[in-house]
Structures are given as structure tokens and as C-alpha cells.
Design a protein around this ligand. Structure first.
Ligand code: ATP
Length: 369
């Protein structure tokens, strides 16, 4: 499923140079983006980057100041929210406290004037879908956070929208329930063949669920790609830092040959595969993920490229992995992880111990900005 790589595929949703200003403040800045039918798409970024505003414009709660939003090739300009074939689920769930679960789910269908028997059948189907049949007569206050979340989901799916917009839908759930619900949402999306657009500031959530994600900053998109591409080949220092753990080593390009850049840094010499157009003398940053930095005891035996020496600064045992923060001779701190795959916890490298870090030429990325 990669319609974005198919030159003949046309996106279902198109943001075409969309700008949104609130007074002098620019919330969304000349943003263009296509989202495909049946895609699970995540908008990821820090608070205030404009992700909710983008979603609200798609839903019709805000009108763009400039540019156009199209759905199935048709401009949505001037189309009121209730006439758009999409539905939005809010973080607060916005359930009616005095209504039972069934009535909450049926609400939109009643408003549309659907026949009673049809409403009953649809509510039944929705309750089954989100596994809430035993709770049909309860009020929202008599449900757990996760159950309330499901009622909100059932209600937003009841009208069978083509597109479901989810604004931080799992924000109120605890970690374990959130993880379970992520997989349930993915299953549901597959089962119903819907297009999901989710807003989150939780990068793990975006990575787990999304087919593709857009990393945003200050009203603009920094990178749009499948999670693995964003993680393995971040487009900038900002993206590398925002998504997942990363070590950033300041360096300067010394030489280039055959797609290999040799970098000079206070931490040591780095050789890295790079497709980027760089020039000698250019300031860059080398970004590498913790699991790609191999850790071994003792100082390096000889000076060699991609071999850094350091001292263990912090150790965090997480069960499956142990994190090491390591201070390099240059003063920079890098992070390395060891997977605890042995049956018994291995003898650990200790605090303040001298260590050597090594990595392959294709282990990290060279970033010019
Ligand atoms: P969060 O994760 O905190 O919800 P966000 O990425 O969703 O953040 P938005 O809510 O889209 O960000 O806000 C983007 C910018 O637009 C912010 O600077 C915000 O203050 C501003 N903004 C949003 N709505 C309005 C409004 N109705 N009036 C004025 N400014 C607004």
C-alpha cells in the first residue's frame, strides 16, 4: 500500500498552498500536502505548530486565509462542516453526559432524520465494532476513560464518514491502554477501509499507526514520509531530534568521494555514506540513532574513522534495552543502547567506565541543516 509512489494515483485530500492567519500570527504557512484514500496519516509536531488548525480547516471549522483544500478533486471552500463527508473526533470526546451510550452513538443519525429501525441497526453495529454492547445503557460518567474514548469513536463512525479526523484521540488514556487502543484503531481502519488523519504530538503513536507522517514546525511541513523513512533518513536536524532518540555530532566536511563524506569533528573522524550534495569546508551535523552506535569496553586501541572514545555518564535500565549516555572527549553527549537479549541480565558496562563507540558508514545521516 504505497499510493504516494504511484504517479497515476490522485490524493483524496489535497491541501494546496494553504495559509491560515489569526491576526498577525501565521498558524499554517503556505502548506501543500496530499493524503490518499485508505491512508492512515499522522500530523506530528510540537504544541503550537499548526496541526490542529490544519485538521480544523479540513473539517470546516476554520476557513483558510489563502489557498484551497480539495476532497476528491472538489474544493471544500464554503462547504459547511456537516456537508463534508468526514467526521472529527476530539480529545475531550465531547460526549453528552446526560445521554446513555446508545443515545450518544445515535445522536448524529437522529439529527439526520434516519429511520428508527435503521438507527437501531447502525448503533448495534457500532457498539459491536467497539465492543461496548454490555455498556449501552450507561452514562459516560459511569465508564472508564478508555470506554468513553470508544463511545466517541463509535459516534464518529456511525455516519460512515469517508474520512475520520482524530485530534489527539488517545491523549487521555494511560500508556498501556493507549498502546492497546493504537492497535485497535489500526484494525478498525483496515476493517472499514477508511481514511484516517490523526493529530498527535506523541511520536511513538505516529510511528506505530501511520502509513505516512508529516513532521511539522511553525506552520510548515519539514518532512512527509513513512515512519521508517523519517526515522532512518530524517531530512533535517529538527526532524532527527523530534522523532526518536538521536545523537547529533557537529562536524565539518573534509572531503567527498564516491558518495562517502569524510567529516572532521572534535569527537573524531567520521566516514558516512551520503546522497546529499555537500561541499568541503561545509558545517554539518552527523545524526546517528542509539542502536547504531556499538558500545565496547575500554579506550580505542588505535585511531580510526568511525571510532569514538568516551566515558559512561548515565545508565538507564529499561528491561528490554539499557540506555547509556556517553560523554565524548569533545564534550558532546551521545546515546547508545544495548539490547538485553541474554537470558539473564548481562554484566553491565559501569558508570564512569571508558568505552569505545564504533559504527558503520551507513549507520547515520549527514545533515546540512
Ligand atoms: P497543540 O498540540 O498545542 O494543540 P497545534 O500544533 O495543534 O498545538 P494549533 O492549535 O493549530 O497548534 O495552533 C497553531 C498556532 O495558531 C498557535 O500559535 C496558536 O496560538 C494559534 N491559534 C490557533 N487557533 C487560534 C485562534 N482561534 N485565534 C488565534 N490564534 C490561534
Amino acid at each position: 500500500f504505497e499510493p504516494w509512489n504511484d504517479p497515476d494515483a490522485k490524493p483524496l485530500i489535497e491541501f494546496d498552498h494553504v495559509t491560515k492567519r489569526f491576526g498577525a500570527a501565521v498558524a499554517v504557512d503556505d502548506l501543500s500536502l496530499g493524503i490518499y484514500t485508505r491512508e492512515f496519516f499522522a500530523l506530528l509536531g510540537p504544541s503550537g505548530c499548526g496541526k490542529s488548525t490544519l485538521l480544523r480547516m479540513l473539517a470546516g471549522f476554520e476557513e483558510p486565509t489563502g489557498g484551497d483544500i480539495r476532497l476528491g478533486g472538489q474544493s471544500l471552500r464554503g462547504v459547511p462542516p456537516y456537508r463534508r463527508p468526514l467526521n472529527m473526533m476530539f480529545q475531550s470526546y465531547a460526549l453528552f453526559p446526560h445521554m446513555s451510550v446508545e443515545k450518544n452513538v445515535a445522536f448524529g443519525l437522529r439529527q439526520d432524520g434516519m429511520a428508527r429501525s435503521e438507527i437501531e441497526a447502525r448503533v448495534e453495529e457500532m457498539l459491536r465494532l467497539v465492543k461496548l454492547e454490555p455498556f449501552r445503557r450507561r452514562k459516560p460518567s459511569q465508564l472508564s476513560g478508555g470506554q468513553q474514548q470508544r463511545v466517541a469513536l463509535a459516534r464518529s463512525l456511525a455516519k460512515r464518514p469517508k474520512v475520520l479526523l482524530l485530534d489527539e484521540p488517545l491523549g487521555a488514556l494511560d500508556k498501556k491502554l493507549r498502546e492497546e487502543t493504537q492497535f485497535e484503531l489500526m484494525d478498525l481502519q483496515q476493517e472499514l477501509g477508511l481514511t484516517f488523519v490523526i493529530v498527535t504530538h506523541d511520536q511513538e503513536e505516529a510511528m506505530t499507526m501511520a502509513d505516512r507522517m508529516a513532521v511539522m514546525r511553525a506552520g510548515r511541513i519539514c518532512q512527509v514520509a513513512p515512519p521508517a523513512v523519517v526515522y532512518e533518513a530524517p531530512a533535517s536536524r529538527y526532524v532527527a531530534d523530534f522523532v526518536g532518540n538521536v545523537s547529533l555530532i557537529e562536524a565539518e566536511v573534509e572531503s567527498l568521494s564516491d558518495g562517502i563524506a569524510t567529516l572532521r569533528s572534535p569527537a573524531g573522524r567520521i566516514e558516512a555514506e551520503t546522497p546529499a550534495a555537500l561541499s568541503p569546508g561545509q558545517a554539518v551535523v552527523f545524526a546517528i540513532r542509539p542502536e547504531k552506535l556499538r558500545l565496547s569496553r575500554g579506550a580505542p586501541r588505535a585511531e580510526a574513522p568511525n571510532t569514538l572514545s568516551g566515558t559512561v555518564w548515565d545508565i538507564g535500565y529499561l528491561g528490554d534495552v539499557t540506555l547509556f549516555n556517553i560523554k565524548l572527549a569533545s564534550g558532546e553527549t551521545v546515546r547508545s543502547t544495548l539490547f538485553n537479549t541474554a537470558r539473564h541480565a548481562p554484566e553491565q558496562i559501569g558508570w564512569e567506565e571508558e568505552v569505545t563507540l564504533t559504527f558503520e558508514r551507513d549507520a547515520g545521516v549527514v545533515l546540512a541543516e
